[in-house]
Write a protein that binds this ligand. Structure first.
Ligand SMILES: Cc1cc2nc3c(=O)[nH]c(=O)nc-3n(C[C@H](O)[C@H](O)[C@H](O)COP(=O)(O)OP(=O)(O)OC[C@H]3O[C@@H](n4cnc5c(N)ncnc54)[C@H](O)[C@@H]3O)c2cc1C
Length: 270
């Protein structure tokens, strides 16, 4: 049970969504944008989130867009992970989102919610970091196009009242083979010990990781080592402390990483 009352708003345009946020904010209701609601509802039930109003983005047409144009795919942030996996048109993305949660949950979790959520994994972002993805951000002035790498640094950093409307993914940039692997402790459906997604683009190896540090990342020093096949050096360049928890020790995660990098390079450097 959610132990507080809140109002539900379902705007049908970007302008109405942002205006609703500002109006509810002025009324002191501390509104939150709502994608699939899986995290919002869980945190509210646990008493870790309190709000007087939720603004459901799924009625905003831009958030439900899914189209290909000029070698890119445009993905609305309100698409579910199941929709992105089945109709998103890019194998690395389909494979990354296809291993998040179970199918029933993927039919609710949205792309925007996965990137903006509090859980540290945010696995859907991994393939998006491998190409020059553009984030289309909605705010008081309408829609603004920003490089994803400029607003996603471990987590999605948007100004209060703004939201992620769409992602433009240049599919033609990754012109070589790809590799995706998620290693979990026991079950097929679980949080990652390590998720690795890699592509070869313009003859160069690119890789992004989740589960290894407390945030998803792509690192240029690791990629230089991997391009040269230097797996031990790449592991030495992990850009932050390796997670050490009940799911797996830091040493075990490095061991899992070494195996996954070996498998990835066999595909990406072939
Ligand atoms: C059973 C289960 C297993 C899971 N396993 C994994 C896993 O293995 N790996 C993994 O990465 N994740 C996993 N998750 C986490 C899951 O991806 C989160 O629940 C998800 O991040 C929340 O998505 P949502 O659409 O339900 O977001 P919501 O609950 O609606 O929102 C979450 C947060 O994002 C914000 N938000 C939502 N949409 C937008 C937007 N368009 N722009 C800006 N902010 C927005 C909200 O304000 C809120 O702060 C799992 C979840 C479940 C339920």
């Amino acid at each position: 049970m959610i132990p507080f009352d809140f109002s539900y708003h379902r705007p049908d345009s970007v302008a109405e969504a942002v205006a609703s946020y500002r109006r509810l904010e002025r009324a002191g209701l501390e509104p939150v944008y709502y994608g699939g609601g899986t995290e919002i509802i869980t945190l509210a039930r646990q008493g870790e989130l309190r709000t007087g109003a939720v603004i459901d983005l799924k009625g905003v047409p831009e958030c439900r867009a899914l189209m290909c144009r000029d070698g890119s795919v445009l993905l609305g942030a309100g698409l579910t992970l199941a929709e992105v996996g089945e109709r998103g048109g890019w194998a690395p993305l389909a494979e990354a989102v296809g291993r998040i949660a179970d199918h029933t949950s993927r039919c609710r979790i949205t792309l925007g919610g996965n990137l903006a959520g509090q859980l540290p994994y945010r696995e859907a972002v991994l393939p998006l970091l491998l190409v020059d993805t553009v984030a289309v951000v909605a705010g008081d002035g309408g829609l603004r196009r920003i490089r994803l790498a400029d607003v996603f640094r471990g987590s999605l950093r948007l100004a209060p009242g703004t939201f992620l409307a769409q992602l433009e993914v240049p599919l033609d940039e990754a012109d070589g083979p790809h590799f995706a692997s998620k290693r979990t402790r026991l079950d097929w459906v679980d949080y990652p010990l390590l998720t690795l997604v890699g592509v070869r683009a313009g003859g160069r190896v690119r890789m992004a990781f989740s589960g290894l540090c407390g945030y998803p990342f792509r690192d240029p020093a690791m990629e230089r080592d991997l391009q040269a096949g230097r797996i031990e050096d790449a592991i030495g360049h992990i850009p932050g402390p390796v997670v050490d928890d009940l799911h797996g020790s830091a040493d075990y995660r490095r061991h899992v990483l070494a195996g996954a990098l070996h498998d990835a390079l066999e595909v990406l450097r072939a």
